[in-house]
Design a protein around this ligand. Structure first.
Ligand code: ADP
Ligand code: MG
Length: 447
């Protein structure tokens, strides 16, 4: 029954709308002639009530055969999803024809990718790969979180499918690769899995390869797939949040395979590029962002572009729910809530926000972190601070050393240490990190 209402609703809205606004929408209960839905974001709750109330009513009638009142509640405690469409990117895809329904985000195209000076060369090579698969093999792209790696990777996938409709293009995250592998082992069907990757794909795109750190068995399997594809001239494209050498504990033979192709980094966009990215991100939501608004956002939200996107979505939702214009004054308002929700001061730097978040989650103060105590908790807090600066805000080692007043080697050691726990996905360190990022994301991005 529950799935009927959701299914009826799904049929009534465009896919893009669904992905953007309904990704955390769930049916909670049907009681006393009342349907209760939950959603993990307050703004989206408002938005859905305002914009989709009538559609939801009709879906209920379709599924239940009569009218029932409904209510949408905000489900607290759930981590807000930083990017609802993320789920789209994570599925596997084996395509024969470009027109087949795919798990690729159809907005992640070359056309939608704004190119500044920083990433011009990268863009050109990516385009070249899509036109001449096999020319640069493997093509390895690395860089910080939210700088556009997945976007670019999927753009290559989509462009290749257009250029070579007969080729089979397989896009997958390394996590999905692992899941598929485990599933096939469970079903005693590893051969099918191998054929799927090694024989049935002409172009294999693997996103977020760093996920395989510490997973030797999967790396081994991947190594063999890699070799077989590479030896037969099939294009491999790999994304990572770090260079091959920084893939700690990776098989050295896999690292050297990565190094033998075309290795390129994705750079943080400059403010001038961010301006156009802001305009583009709004255009994707069918909104024309005034230049002055785009400028102020571009100047104030740097690093991770998901934060910029978050601010833009927040702006659009606000203006729609409260029926106000998207202008500088609204942008300032959003920016304030964007930068100060973990504190009462405006214009706070990421590091200050992290100090606040650490304090509320770990009960370790800024003074303790800045001090020299070797107390276990304090050391962990210090290391988490550096790691979050790197992973979540895309700061360089040099910047982190300067901002925290620590030595280069200390910073590198700290980041490595946390990274290992996070990548292994175990223990309190990982939980603390998730908590921190959840807190920082929900305070800085609406969705
Ligand atoms: P990453 O995979 O590096 O973490 P994503 O590819 O998920 O980053 O990018 C984050 C968001 O920013 C996406 O919505 C993406 O479309 C957008 N984005 C990133 N780079 C650009 C760009 N150069 N032009 C337009 N949008 C971009
Ligand atoms: Mg990505």
């Amino acid at each position: 029954m529950s799935s009927q209402i959701i299914n009826a609703l799904k049929k009534k809205v465009a896919k893009k709308t669904w992905d953007n606004w309904f990704s955390t929408f769930e049916l909670k209960s049907v009681e006393n002639d009342r349907v209760v839905f939950s959603v993990a974001n307050l703004f989206i709750k408002d938005w859905l009530q305002t914009k989709y109330g009538a559609v939801i009513n009709r879906a209920i009638v379709d599924a239940m055969g009569r009218e029932l009142a409904f209510e949408i509640v905000f489900k607290e405690g759930d981590k807000q999803r930083e990017e609802p469409i993320k789920h789209l990117n994570e599925g596997s895809l084996l395509k024969k024809k470009p027109l087949m329904i795919s798990n690729l985000n159809d907005e992640y195209t070359f056309d939608n990718f704004v190119v500044g000076r920083e990433n011009k060369a990268l863009y050109e090579v990516a385009l070249d790969v899509a036109h001449n698969p096999g020319k640069y093999n493997p093509f390895f792209v690395y860089g910080g979180v939210g700088l556009g790696k997945t976007h670019l990777l999927q753009a290559v996938a989509q462009e290749t499918m257009i250029n070579y409709p007969e080729k089979k293009v397989l896009y997958i995250t390394s996590e999905q690769f692992m899941n598929d592998m485990i599933q096939s082992i469970k079903e005693n069907n590893i051969q099918k899995f191998r054929d799927h990757y090694r024989k049935k794909s002409d172009i294999l795109l693997i996103d977020d390869i760093q996920f395989l750190i510490g997973k030797k068995g999967v790396q081994n399997e991947f190594f063999h797939s890699f070799n077989e594809l590479h030896d037969t001239g099939k294009q491999l494209i790999i994304c990572s949040d770090r260079t091959p050498e920084e893939l700690d504990n990776f098989h050295s033979r896999l690292i050297s395979r990565f190094q033998m192709g075309m290795l390129m980094s994705i750079q943080q966009p400059e403010p001038s590029t961010r301006f156009y990215i802001a305009k583009q991100l709004a255009r994707r939501e069918s909104v024309n962002l005034p230049d002055d608004v785009a400028r102020i956002l571009a100047d104030n939200i740097d690093g991770n572009l998901r934060r910029l996107r978050g601010a833009i979505i927040k702006l659009i939702v606000h203006s729609s729910v409260y029926n106000t214009q998207i202008d500088i004054s609204l942008a300032n308002q959003i920016l304030q809530s964007f930068t100060n929700s973990t504190s009462s001061l405006t214009g706070r730097k990421p590091i200050d926000q992290i100090y606040d978040a650490i304090k509320s989650i770990m009960r370790v103060s800024r003074e303790e972190i800045e001090g020299t105590s070797r107390n276990k908790e304090i050391v962990l807090a210090r290391q988490l601070l550096m790691y979050v600066l790197k992973q979540h805000y895309g700061k360089s080692i040099t910047d982190i050393a300067r901002e925290t007043g620590k030595q280069h080697p200390t910073v590198i050691h700290s980041i490595k240490k946390i990274d290992k726990s996070v990548m292994m996905g175990k223990g309190t360190t990982k939980l603390l990190y998730d908590d921190l990022v959840g807190m920082l994301s929900s305070s800085s991005a609406a969705v």
